[in-house]
Design a protein around this ligand. Structure first.
Ligand code: C5P
Length: 404
């Protein structure tokens, strides 16, 4: 049976150039068995005609809050009641701001206010607009109310710039929606408190420069979201990444390895499980310069000192939680992963092979893991979206917790 059979989806389209991709999105949702009704803002209609969506969905397109004819056919409250979910793609900075502030002076924002159906948004905007603190605050408000974000992605933008803010491709949005609507509702981790680290750390060189790595944080965020949806109480200590965690995850943002260690040590005592996904920088500057370093000499040497091992600090605590570590390996995956399992006194370790040219792990939306524990045996989690891999890993964790 197609994944969206009998689902009634209200597709909101706001005014961005990515609106042309919404026609393909409508098609993909219908291919999966969904009934789709489209609502367009006036900005969206500057980019693409309502007639396109009427032809694709077989339903009249709704554009106006105060149109007596449209209201007589299906009033806005009725339309809001009809929807199993609202998906806004593209969601512009303006639309996100308007919904965050509870505006109701056009049809789309009114529908968002007049429904208790889940709301999903696929943001699309210029990278500076996406990174603007006003947009960040609006997104945090929405996330705290349970709005789920699909993307945005990173890459070339219609404005000619490159960065974060691209709308995900229609197929990615369809898959994310299918995933969200089928999110695990099991409560296998109910009553468990789980502390997770994610993302890179950033080690300052001077006020404008730092050392870091390519970790995107996607795996750790996927684990945090999946653990919360399985009933756990989740605290996520996140390095600098531009990702949203689901509303029921308590998030603490940090920058350096030292900050991450302090945040973890401040939280850990209440937790049953510690999952260390962060790619913690191995070294930091021996001395961070107060002023920007000037380029005078042809060569330059930085003196580095080892960062604390956060995972080992937790696994060495007297009343330690169950410790699950990660290992990114380029060769001899099992040997190195088992070495870390032993050396860091872990209960479980998830290894990914980052040495395969055609399957980069950092920044990618997919992953595959080999999972080991102190006794013999291991389990392979085959390649899939980081959300699916997170779920499979937590199912394994649940089994190991029962053995404990
Ligand atoms: O970098 P390494 O391969 O040692 O990482 C293995 C595990 O240890 C990972 O789970 C990582 O999050 C954790 N780690 C840490 N603190 C460090 C280095 C690694 O918590 N300084």
């Amino acid at each position: 049976m197609p994944a969206l059979t009998n689902k009634k989806i209200l597709l909101g389209i706001s005014g961005g150039i990515a609106a042309y991709k919404s026609a393909i999105l409508a098609r993909r949702l219908i291919d999966e068995g969904a009934s789709v009704k489209v609502v367009m803002t006036s900005g969206a209609q500057a980019f693409i005609q309502p007639l396109t969506f009427q032809a694709l969905t077989g339903n009249p397109v709704h554009t106006d809050l105060l149109d007596p004819a449209a209201e007589a056919a299906m009033g806005h409250i009725e339309l809001a009641r009809w929807a199993d979910c609202i998906l806004i793609a593209p969601a512009t900075a303006n639309t996100l701001a308007r919904i965050a502030h509870g505006m109701s002076d056009d049809l789309l924002s009114t529908l968002c206010l007049a429904t208790d159906a889940p709301l999903y948004v696929a943001p699309a905007m210029n990278r500076l607009m996406w990174n603007n603190p006003a947009t960040t605050a609006n997104c945090q408000t929405l996330a705290a109310r349970g709005v789920q974000f699909f993307g945005p992605g990173t890459g070339f933008q219609a404005c000619g710039e490159t960065g974060s803010g691209r709308m995900l491709e229609p197929e990615e949005i369809r898959d994310a929606l299918i995933h969200a609507l089928n999110a695990p509702t099991n409560d296998a981790l109910a009553g468990k408190r789980i502390l997770i680290t994610a993302g890179p750390t950033r080690e300052a060189i001077d006020p404008v420069r730092y050392l870091s790595n390519h970790s995107s944080g996607k795996m750790g965020f996927a684990i945090a979201d999946a653990a919360a949806s399985m009933g756990a109480t989740v605290t996520l200590v996140a390095g600098p990444v531009s990702l949203q965690a689901s509303a029921d995850v308590k998030r603490i943002d940090v920058t350096s390895a030292d900050d991450m260690l302090s945040a973890v040590m401040g939280e850990v005592s209440d937790n049953d499980v510690f999952i260390s996904v962060a790619a913690v920088a191995d070294y930091r500057l021996e001395q961070v310069m107060d002023q920007k370093i000037k380029k005078s000499a042809d060569t330059m040497q930085l003196s580095l000192v080892r960062n604390p091992d956060i995972l080992k600090s937790v696994s060495s605590l007297p009343n330690r939680p169950f410790c699950l570590g990660f290992a990114a390996e380029t060769e001899n995956v099992e040997v190195h992963a088992r070495g870390k399992l032993k050396n860091k006194h872990l209960d479980m370790i998830a290894a990914n092979n980052v040495g395969q040219k055609d399957s980069p792990v950092f920044g990618s939306d997919t992953n595959a893991l080999d999972v080991y524990w102190p006794e013999d045996g291991h389990s392979s989690i085959e390649s899939g979206s980081k959300q699916d891999v997170a779920k499979a890993l937590l199912e394994l964790l649940t089994k190991r917790l029962k053995n404990d």
